[in-house]
Design a protein around this ligand. Structure first.
Ligand SMILES: [Zn+2]
Length: 78
């Protein structure tokens, strides 16, 4: 479901709501204990988050595979 310009749930950023759904349906990996994961969230230019508001766009969320913090060679490029 793509949100429109309104928040999906009052008081929450759209990216949080979408993130939670993606974790729940397995479309992004859940890091296990002791693991870390990096993610990128790309907001639309008009998103209210850029004006101290709640995210109300349909952000692109890209999450990498969880990595073991002891294996720094697996860190993604910035
Ligand atoms: Zn946004």
């Amino acid at each position: 479901m793509r949100p429109n310009r309104h928040t999906l749930i009052a008081g929450r950023h759209n990216y949080e709501v979408i993130w939670d759904r993606m974790l729940a349906d397995g479309s992004i990996p859940m890091p296990g204990p002791g693991m870390i994961a990096f993610c990128g969230i790309k907001h639309d230019d008009w998103c209210s988050i850029f004006n101290n508001g709640l995210c109300d766009c349909a952000p692109e969320i890209d999450a990498g595979e969880p990595i073991n913090p002891e294996d720094l060679s697996a860190l993604p490029e910035p």
